[in-house]
Design a protein around this ligand. Structure first.
Ligand code: SF4
Length: 336
């Protein structure tokens, strides 16, 4: 099956799913699933741990609050990193992403971190990069490092649109870096790191999705379209983006999956409530003094989860006006 057939198939499934979740009774079994699964996830280790190697970035993307972040900038110290990885190993965490609120290619310890994670037995290690610095030397090191996947976003097929969305990055360089990375990996006879390319839905690139699909589907290991977040109400989103994705009938605002799925660790060891807490306003603890297991089962996190389960999301200050619960797929809890 070629990529065009795959796209047709996924459109068919999306339409079918939309019909099902729009029935007025869909919310009842879905709510039961949420409560059942939430209980299981809370007693198990996190499915994903984000480790912020650095919170320095080289871009000023329009949908990202990084330019206004007041948190001090830095790089995670090696000893702290090792301690966190050991915590992950102890808990048997299946996936680690070397990301937080910065560009991982600006982390001078990135390659050593990936190697340490893989050597320690973490099954999946990935990075999200803007690819502006994905030059040949680091590309080769990444391919040899054991990294499982690279995610990037090229949300435009024209220079003008891309650079309006992602100031600080050069469209030609980003495209070339990604193409060359895939070419080099293939030439080296490697299947990893897999390369996934995303497209954030914005008013600026509305007309470019189809061209994006045609350009990147045949080249990348996977493509996806995502809805931007308002980062716990820190960035303004055009209402059309949210309305587009909200299923109108039988709508049940489910708890935010992030609270049961992942842990976000900032470069100084602070554990934030979720990956949207870029400023570290809701800190669950610090891994210099505590461990991952205790934080995952902490009273603070349990209380936040309970507010979400009870339909009182707004009682968690950070979550009160966050777009994430609204923009999550209404089938997400079936899939975790
Ligand atoms: S709803 Fe709360 S937990 Fe979920 S992404 Fe927003 S701020 Fe994070």
């Amino acid at each position: 099956m070629n990529y065009k057939d795959n796209i047709k198939k996924s459109r068919f499934w999306n339409q079918s799913i939309k019909l099902i979740v729009n029935t007025s009774s869909y919310g009842i079994p879905y709510k039961m699933r949420v409560h059942h699964r939430a209980h299981q996830l809370a007693i198990n280790p996190p499915l994903l741990v984000d480790i912020e190697g650095t919170n320095v970035c080289n871009a000023k993307c329009i949908m990202c609050p990084h330019p206004k972040m007041k948190r001090e900038k830095g790089i995670m110290e090696w000893e702290l990193f090792k301690k966190i990885v050991d915590d992950c190993v102890y808990l048997e965490v299946p996936e680690v992403s070397l990301n937080g609120f910065g560009e991982p290619l600006l982390d001078s310890l990135l390659i050593d971190r990936i190697k340490y994670l893989k050597k320690s037995g973490i099954p999946i290690v990935r990075i999200y990069t803007n690819a502006g610095l994905l030059k040949e030397r680091i590309a080769e090191e990444l391919i040899h490092s054991g990294l499982d996947s690279i995610n990037t976003c090229i949300d435009g097929v024209t220079k003008d649109v891309f650079e309006r969305i992602r100031p600080g990055l050069d469209f030609d360089i980003v495209e070339k870096n990604v193409q060359e990375f895939i070419r080099l990996r293939n030439k080296m006879g490697k299947k990893k790191p897999e390369v996934f390319i995303g497209f954030l839905r914005l008013a600026e690139n509305k007309a470019e999705w189809n061209a994006f699909v045609n350009r990147w589907s045949p080249v990348a290991d996977g493509i996806y379209r995502a809805i931007p977040s308002n980062w716990a109400n820190s960035v303004k989103l055009t209402p059309i983006l949210i309305d587009d994705f909200r299923y109108q009938k039988g709508y049940y605002k489910s708890p935010c999956i992030f609270l049961w799925k992942m842990i976000s660790i900032q470069y100084n060891g602070d554990v934030a409530l979720c990956c949207r807490d870029y400023e570290g306003k809701f800190i669950l603890g610090n891994l210099q003094e505590s461990n991952l297991k205790d934080i995952w089962h902490s009273k603070k996190l349990k209380t936040a989860r309970q507010f979400h389960l009870d339909g009182n999301i707004e009682r968690v200050s950070l979550c009160a006006n966050c777009s994430s619960p609204d923009s999550m797929s209404p089938t997400i809890w079936w899939r975790v």
